[in-house]
Design a protein around this ligand. Structure first.
Ligand SMILES: Cc1ncc(COP(=O)(O)O)c(C=O)c1O
Length: 378
């Protein structure tokens, strides 16, 4: 049996929505992007939402409007995709790595506070693999220290913290629409914004800070000459992507329910397998299960790499756990002591989980996993 690691949930009717955009002749950022932004903001409980090319550019812009620039420091977890730190660097600032909580794998508020210096401008909690970070302490410490909060919510559309949607909690939360995320537009990003003026500035900055959008110019009754009050970027989403995004958003509840169902099946089974530990579930969170990471406990009879190799031989695709950015050459020299991060990246692996994975395939994964670990343990 072959079991792929993931697949986007595309049902076949998306083509008609994209074709409609093409037939309209308006293929770059236009009415569909606006419609998608409105629907997205409503779904994540935000005042507004601003579409961009991907989550990395969304994070870069969100940090920029938070005042992050050269000479500043931004506190981030090292246990994240490298984009988290790169977005800080893209603003000329320095990412400062703080450790994660050993159980949730999310940034630890105590470690983050200890990393604050007089140069700290912002803090970036990551809702890793769709599990909300413990937001109340972050928002509180940001208030106390007068620093900004930008949430990396790449994997967290639809997730809730203490019943409240990710996107409704802090000033700026950035989502990814890459095919490995919960919903996709091929490539794409979205910034949930809870301040109307900031939203308008973000809309300008993503189109070279031009003060008139193409949509506004199109609807104008007189000639419009635009101006450029500041410098910006070209980070426009296309209307074709937005049409796909609207179809995906319609299916979000269905996708989240199926992901949760599969995660519950994994956890119930893995609970009984020696040397393996299912993901910890803090009581405050409803997660998206963008990925399912199982932990290989210390003393296990085989390494994580060996287990992944054996599963690959069985036809099962897995991925290593979340990377540790400070261990990469790109961030060599980052002066960081991060024992929980190093253990988490070393000991965890991600299992196939996506709408379309059959129960039969999932049972096969569970069976092979248990066989490899217990056969060697015996
Ligand atoms: C935590 C995290 N942040 C940021 C990103 C970057 O997202 P994108 O590929 O949309 O730029 C990812 C994507 O893998 C991610 O997992």
């Amino acid at each position: 049996m072959q079991v792929p690691f993931t697949r986007p949930y595309l049902r076949g009717d998306e083509g008609a929505a994209v074709a409609e955009v093409i037939a309209s002749g308006w293929v770059s950022q236009g009415p569909r992007v606006r419609e998608f932004e409105t629907a997205f903001a409503e779904r994540v409980g935000a005042l507004d939402a601003v579409a961009t090319t991907n989550c990395t550019s969304a994070l870069q812009l969100a940090l920029y409007v938070s005042g992050v620039g050269p000479g500043d420091e931004v506190i981030v977890p090292s246990l994240s995709f490298i984009a988290t730190a790169n977005a800080v660097w893209q603003n000329g600032a320095t990412p400062v790595f703080a450790d994660v909580d050993a159980r949730t794998y999310n940034l630890d508020p105590v470690a983050a506070e200890a990393a604050i210096t007089e140069r700290t401008r912002a803090i970036m909690p990551v809702h890793q693999l769709g599990l909300p970070a413990d937001m109340d302490p972050f928002l509180e410490l940001a208030r106390r220290h007068g620093i900004q909060v930008v949430e990396d919510a790449a994997c967290a559309i639809g997730a809730r913290y203490k019943g409240r949607l990710i996107g409704s909690l802090g000033p700026l939360a950035c989502f990814s629409l890459h095919p490995r995320k919960v919903i996709t537009t091929g490539e794409g990003g979205m910034i949930a914004v809870n301040d109307g003026e900031v939203a308008e500035r973000l809309r300008r900055l993503r189109q070279h800070a031009m003060d008139v959008s193409d949509l506004a110019r199109h609807g104008a009754t007189d000639v419009v000459i635009e101006s450029y009050p500041e410098r910006g970027w070209n980070l426009r989403m296309t209307d074709m992507q937005a049409a796909l995004g609207l179809c995906q958003l319609d299916r979000l509840d269905e996708i989240l329910a199926e992901r949760a169902r599969q995660a519950a099946r994994y956890s119930a089974a893995i609970d009984h397998v020696p040397h393996l530990e299912p993901p910890f579930e803090p009581g405050y969170a409803e997660r998206t299960w963008q990925s399912y990471a199982v932990r290989l406990l210390p003393g296990a009879p085989l390494s994580r790499m060996e287990l992944m190799r054996r599963l690959m031989t069985d036809g099962i695709a897995t991925r290593r756990g979340v990377m540790a950015i400070h261990e990469e050459q790109a961030y060599a020299g980052a002066d960081a002591v991060l024992p929980n991060t190093e253990a988490a990246t070393r000991d965890s692996l991600m299992l196939p989980l996506f709408p379309g994975l059959s129960d039969e395939q999932q049972d096969y994964v569970i069976d092979r996993l248990a066989t490899h670990v217990t056969a060697l343990a015996a």
